[in-house]
Design a protein around this ligand. Structure first.
Ligand code: GSH
Length: 126
C-alpha cells in the first residue's frame, strides 16, 4: 500500500519535473509587439493572477500560451505558498490549478478554472 502510494507520488513528481524541463528547453520565442501596444496589454493584465504550480501539466499549458503571446500575469505558486493555496480554496472554491483570478471593480472577483477556459478567455481578451 505505502509502496503503491510512494510509486504514484514519485511518478508524478518525476513526470512533472520532466515536463517542466522539456517545456523550458522547447519554449517558443514570445511574439514582439510595439512597446506601446505591449504596455497597454500589460496594463490590462496587471491585476490578474494565475494560481498554479511548476510541475502541473495543465498549468504549463497555460503559462506556455502566456509566454508565447507575451501575456504577463503574476504567478501564484500554490505549492510553495500556503496563503495562495488557502486563498484559492476559500475564494475560488476548490484547490484545483490552474486558476485565473480576474478582479472585478464592483462585483466579486472571477476565479476561472480549467486550462482550456483560461486560454480561451485570454485569447478573447487580446
Ligand atoms: N481539467 C483541468 C485539470 C486540472 C488539474 O487536474 N489540476 C491538478 C494539478 S495538475 C490539480 O489541481 N489537482 C488537484 C485538485 O484537483 O484538487 C484543467 O485542464 O485545468
Amino acid at each position: 500500500m505505502i509502496r503503491k502510494i510512494l510509486r504514484r507520488v514519485l511518478g508524478r513528481v518525476l513526470f512533472g519535473n520532466l515536463l517542466r524541463v522539456i517545456n523550458y528547453i522547447t519554449l517558443p520565442k514570445p511574439i514582439k509587439r510595439k512597446a506601446s501596444v505591449q504596455a497597454t496589454i500589460d496594463k490590462v493584465t496587471k491585476d490578474l493572477s494565475l494560481y498554479q504550480f511548476v510541475t502541473c501539466p495543465f498549468c504549463i499549458k497555460v503559462t506556455r500560451f502566456m509566454h508565447s503571446n507575451a501575456i504577463n500575469i503574476e504567478l501564484k505558486d500554490t505549492q510553495k505558498d500556503d496563503h495562495h493555496k488557502s486563498d484559492l480554496i476559500t475564494f475560488g472554491g476548490k484547490q484545483q490549478v490552474p486558476c485565473l483570478r480576474v478582479p472585478q471593480k464592483e462585483q466579486q472577483d472571477i476565479w476561472l478554472y480549467e486550462s482550456d477556459e483560461i486560454i480561451k478567455y485570454l485569447k478573447k481578451m487580446f
